[in-house]
Design a protein around this ligand. Structure first.
Ligand code: TRP
Ligand code: SF4
Length: 365
């Protein structure tokens, strides 16, 4: 089954990341590119970041201490985040620590055009929830530029300007089914991605989930054929989805028992760990004899993607699992404790971020 399209507004089940890399013109994130980055973070070291575009350019900028920027966006839909947002923040933070200038936008125009959420409502949600939540997940409020799409005239003007640079057939080839709201959102997002380069061309990295890759493709097409600004082709990183707790590829809000949102009640989320699918054998005897299958285990994937920072500790679990030296009950208990702690920490940091919203740099235009 070849995957031809990803619908950024729909939910998709991605079964094979290799296919995504091929269908979307990504490059694999492998040892070779990993080596070019100083102090790679957990997502990079463990190849949870699986694909990229033109990331060498960012590695070079870091190495040569040249200017570069980071840009990503938050969709102010429901007042909940998911683990994918957490990964985006971790990547922004990594690049920020390597000297990049971070820009995070609130996609209020996209929310209006694709979800009928008013600009007032989007602003309220972003100020009360999404921005403090991103800060609670680790963004440095003093070093990050936040803006609202609707307030950024440069972005909106770029969107109009780019409307002549893509044909309707190209839109259809990238996105399939379209409507006016989606078209205008794509153009706005291209404006967002190129906005850091308006004053001066520079490398820009966009850390996102693979569902956003069509937008990068459209943006890169615009850059290739529109020489007016000397834009440099934007770079991107793509991270894997966190699997659903029942073992399917991606968490879906429609199945709350298999889904972890941020925030979530710490006790409830701990309970969910106890019913999460593992790669264990049917009986303890078999597991002791044959060992478990960490590569098919959602608990292990949660350790790897989110819960265990130390590589040695993670490797030890892997080895012990393979050798039948630990049982799933033990892992589930550990995951429950770590997940509970994560939610408690988040709640604390969220509260603090809300109190410090006056220090956040929300750009005025
Ligand atoms: N479309 C993104 C989402 O649904 C939000 C977004 C808007 C964005 N502009 C962006 C993401 C630019 C990355 C870069 O979440
Ligand atoms: Fe997963 Fe741990 Fe069970 Fe191994 S022992 S399958 S890592 S839960």
């Amino acid at each position: 089954m070849a995957i031809e399209r990803i619908d950024p507004w729909g939910s998709v089940l991605i079964e094979d990341y290799q296919k995504i890399i091929e269908s979307y013109g990504m490059e694999p994130f492998n040892e070779k590119i990993l080596k070019k980055f100083p102090k790679p973070n957990r997502l990079m070291r463990r190849f949870v970041v699986f694909g990229h575009q033109d990331l060498d350019r960012i590695a070079d900028a870091i190495k040569n201490k040249k200017e570069f920027a980071i840009l990503t966006g938050i969709m102010p839909s429901s007042e909940k985040l998911h683990l994918g947002n957490k990964m985006v923040v971790e990547m922004v933070k990594y690049f920020q620590e390597q000297g990049g200038e971070a820009n995070v936008l609130v996609a209020d125009l996209e929310a209006l055009a694709t979800r009928d959420i008013s600009l007032e409502e989007a602003e309220k949600r972003a100020m009360n929830f999404h921005i403090p939540a991103y800060i609670a997940l680790g963004l440095d409020p003093k070093k990050t530029n936040f803006y609202f799409q609707s307030k950024n005239k440069i972005v909106r003007d770029l969107a109009y300007e780019f409307s002549t640079k893509l044909t309707l057939n190209e839109f259809r080839a990238i996105y399939g089914d379209l409507n006016a709201g989606k078209i205008i959102s794509v153009l706005t997002q291209i404006g967002d991605i190129l906005y850091p380069q308006v004053k001066k061309s520079k490398p820009v990295v966009v850390p996102v989930g693979p569902d956003q890759s069509p937008h990068l493709r459209a943006c890169r097409d615009v850059v290739r054929r529109y020489k007016k600004y000397n834009f440099i082709l934007p770079s991107a990183t793509y991270h894997k989805y966190t699997p659903s707790l029942d073992g399917s590829m991606k968490m879906s809000k429609s199945q709350p028992n298999s889904y972890i949102s941020i925030p979530e009640d710490p006790e409830e989320v701990a309970k969910k760990m106890l019913i999460t699918k593992t790669g264990g054998q049917k009986t303890i005897e078999e597991q002791k004899k044959l060992g478990g299958k960490p590569e098919e285990c959602v608990i292990f994937e949660l350790f790897k993607q989110h819960l265990i920072e130390d590589d040695d500790e993670l490797n030890e679990i892997y080895e012990k699992c393979k050798q039948g030296k630990i049982m799933c009950g033990e892992c589930k208990k550990k995951a429950a404790e770590l997940m509970k702690k994560f939610m408690e920490d988040f709640n604390k940091k969220f509260k603090k971020a809300k109190e410090e919203m006056n220090k956040v740099n929300i750009m005025k235009f």
